[in-house]
Ligand binder design. Structure first.
Ligand code: ADP
Ligand code: MG
Length: 729
């Protein structure tokens, strides 16, 4: 099981790589020999095709070898820092200039042999390298590690230069390269004529042919996606064929009466989704379904219908929402929706439910006697539906017969919370699972992230909705937005002012919102009724504010992102987002989804003081705002987001940590993928890997064939924790 490849780097006997260096590499996620071997170069420079300085042409992209003659770093007027490195090769001199990167100076010293790659320009009579130049230290005495070929440029980190990493990798390849195993089944490698893994790793670092690094990376990307999809396939297979579930054939009449009692006509998409769910639930195997639907598409109605299918078949439903505000709102909504059905006997058998529908709420705010009573209702089977935050998955919460688990706004939860909720079912049967999300998932990601779920889409909005108009405004134009708020308030509408994201700290955010509230209430709208909500308020206070908002007693609500998900106030028609450039695209889309939920035309103002797009970060921010103004289509925005940001972590580890669940968005972290990132550029590879992996698992559902032993091992190593790998041991 344990291979020398799993040795920590400090114990791997690699020259120069001691504990101090190892701990620095660890920050890049490189801990073991294996990690080092799989550390992907970000670029290459071709030292076999260098040019003499005298032969350089202006505007040319080339590599030059030379020696550093002078390093000069200083601050200019206006406090800009300029670092100039002068390099000569005997035929002439070039100068590389770095702006505002004083820390680079320590990497260069007079006399050092370097390779310089970039675009060469003539400026003020001197040859300069512009664009994104790089200088690489090289040494002639290194037996070709650094010279005479294409050399890898690995992402460096504080205190570990690319040259150091290159040497470590070279040495690790020599020492451990032979031990690299092939996780792909031999038959597959043969049929698809894939480069063996050990060759691919070596070629990725030190390519021997001009196209071999890209072929190697492609092969490794395929493998990575194959491994991931194999894990998903095993999990799907297990859910579908090996786990006993409950069959829920009843409830059809209840659902029909419910739909007819609604104050509106259900959309065709809602009816279709309900039918799909009911037919899944009728089966004895557990349902494992994702319902995607744009914000405002009416997912709650579908969830309630599913709960009625369960109730009509004698099962209870747990309905988990990510925030207290949302759980409370669902609780009130569901009660209201079910009122017309009161008195209907939900279950044919009289063992559960007594009279009518018991709908209960469980959050951290429900304490003492009330909590005790709620728990008893659930355990005794009298609660038809238990709605709550992740208080639902805590110990002590028991059901008599949990048949359906609904998870709302899935993006706020991690896979572990999903699993914990399902575990509230009885020992011998898993409840059906319905996951709902308003975060549109691009097709690419749906195949990975939710690769083991059946996916349904609510692709139709209730009629009569008018698209929200979105404007990007500079700080000088803020008054225009306020003007509109006033007009809308006079017309009886309501508005949200969303405060800037101060940091991930809720306390700071609460403070910022409070300051903004005071300003708005006193200086801007002294004549309007202004309210405040943020995550630091006590539950009861939050409830009061939301109730006042619902009752029309607040004209303008100053809020943090606690209102990001699910909040449903059809009368709200205007939203101002301060410092909108600091929010992510999906978050802005979610926020904007709080308006335009009724029949009133709605407007969203995105305020930004970013007027320039001079850095990568600012450019991305401007792009996000432009995309928001251009479309309200969540799928278009999701694709755009993926394009701007990369896929990040594929498997949310659950952003909800605080019990009040006001959680800041999940940290956009490093990608879970090493070779196949960015995923958007590897869609075809993903589809192919998925096809192959699912076919393999069809024949060997638990990967117990000895030919699949290494594959199984690799699935566990790479994605085991994320997939909650179910055949551990
Ligand atoms: P989401 O999909 O964002 O969770 P909700 O379930 O909160 O959406 O529904 C949004 C609003 O639309 C609610 O006020 C709900 O009552 C209303 N609604 C749901 N279905 C319909 C429909 N078919 N026609 C009109 N309004 C509807
Ligand atoms: Mg919702």
């Amino acid at each position: 099981m344990s291979s020398p490849l799993d040795l920590p780097l400090s114990k791997a006997g690699i020259a120069g790589l001691q504990a101090a260096v190892a701990s620095k590499l660890a920050k890049k996620g490189v801990h073991t020999v294996r990690d080092l071997l799989e550390y992907v170069p970000r670029d290459y420079i071709d030292l076999s095709k260098t040019k003499r300085i005298v032969d350089l042409k202006i505007g040319e992209q080339a590599t030059v070898l030379g020696k550093i003659h002078k390093v000069d770093g200083r601050y200019l007027r206006g406090r800009k820092h300029m670092l100039s490195v002068k390099i000569g090769d005997g035929t002439g001199y070039i100068e590389v200039v770095f702006w505002n990167q004083p820390f680079r100076a320590k990497n260069y010293a007079t006399g050092m042999e370097v390779a310089v790659a970039g675009r060469f320009e003539r400026r003020a009579g001197r040859f300069q390298v512009s664009g994104n130049p790089f200088i690489e230290a090289i040494r002639g005495d290194d037996e070709g590690v650094h010279t005479g070929r294409r050399i890898p440029i690995h992402p460096a980190t504080e205190g570990v230069t690319t040259m150091m990493i290159r040497r470590y990798v070279h040495s690790a390849l020599g020492k451990y390269g032979r031990l690299i195993e092939e996780p792909l089944p031999p038959a597959l490698v043969k049929r698809l004529k894939l480069m063996p893994r050990s060759d691919a790793i070596a070629e990725m670092h030190f390519p021997t042919a001009s196209d071999s690094s890209s072929r190697a990376k492609r092969r490794l990307a395929f493998e990575e996606l194959f491994v991931l999809e194999a894990g998903l396939a095993v999990r799907k297979h297990r859910f579908e064929r090996e786990v006993r579930g409950l069959s829920h054939p009843g409830g059809a009449d209840l659902v029909e009466r419910f739909l007819r009692s609604l104050p509106f006509r259900p959309t065709a998409a809602q009816r279709r989704a309900i039918e799909e769910i009911a037919s899944d639930m009728a089966e004895p195997r557990p349902m494992h379904r994702l319902l995607q639907g744009e914000v405002g598409s009416g997912k709650t109605v579908v969830a309630v219908a599913a709960a009625l299918v369960a109730a009509g078949s004698g099962s209870q439903t747990a309905f988990m929402a990510p925030t207290e505000v949302l759980a409370e709102q669902h609780f009130l909504t569901v009660r209201r929706l079910l009122e017309p059905l009161a008195g209907a006997a939900p279950a044919e058998d009289g063992r559960l439910f007594g009279e009518g529908f018991g709908v209960e709420l469980l959050t951290s705010a429900v304490t003492g006697k009330a909590r005790q009573r709620t728990l008893e209702e659930a355990a005794g089977g009298r609660a038809t539906m238990l709605i709550g935050t992740h208080a639902l998955i805590q110990e002590g919460v028991e059901f008599k017969r949990l048949g359906l688990a609904v998870v709302d706004e899935q993006h706020r939860f991690g896979v572990h919370q999903r699993i914990a909720l399902r575990a509230k079912g009885s020992d011998d049967a898993e409840p059906d699972l319905l996951i709902m999300t308003a975060t549109p998932i691009p097709r690419t990601l749906a195949m990975t992230l939710y690769g083991d779920l059946d996916v349904g889409v609510l692709d139709e909005m209730p009629s009569g909705r008018i698209k929200v108009r979105t404007h990007v405004l500079g700080p000088a134009e803020r008054d225009q937005a306020y003007e509109r708020i006033r007009e809308e308030a006079v017309a009886g509408r309501q508005a949200f002012i969303v405060c800037p994201l101060v940091s991930d700290s809720e306390t700071l955010e609460a403070k910022a919102a409070t300051t903004e509230y005071e300003r708005i209430a006193k200086d801007v709208f002294p004549d309007l009724r202004v309210g405040l909500i943020h995550g630091r308020l006590r539950s009861a206070q939050k409830e009061r504010v939301m109730q006042a908002l619902r009752d029309g007693e607040i004209d303008v609500l100053v809020a943090t992102t606690v209102i990001e998900v699910g909040v449903d106030i059809p009368n709200a028609s205007i939203m101002v987002v301060e410092d909108a450039d600091r929010f992510g695209l999906s978050q802005l889309h979610q926020l904007r989804g709080r308006i335009g939920r009724g029949e009133h035309p709605s407007t969203c103002f995105l305020l930004t003081s970013l007027d320039q797009a001079d850095t990568e970060q600012r450019r991305a921010a401007r792009e996000r705002l432009a995309a928001m103004a251009a479309t309200t289509d969540g799928f278009v925005l999701a694709e755009k987001d993926l394009e701007i940001r990369g896929e990040g972590q594929l498997f949310g580890r659950g952003a909800v940590t605080a019990e009040d669940g006001t959680g800041a968005p999940a940290q956009a972290g490093q990608s879970d993928l090493r070779f196949a990132s960015p995923l958007v550029r590897n869609v075809e590879l993903l589809a192919a890997a998925r096809r192959e992996a699912f076919a393999l698992v069809e024949d060997d559902p638990r990967l117990t064939d000895p030919a699949h032993g290494l594959l199984r091992e690799e699935v566990r190593r790479r994605f085991g924790e994320r997939l909650d790998w179910l055949f551990a041991g």
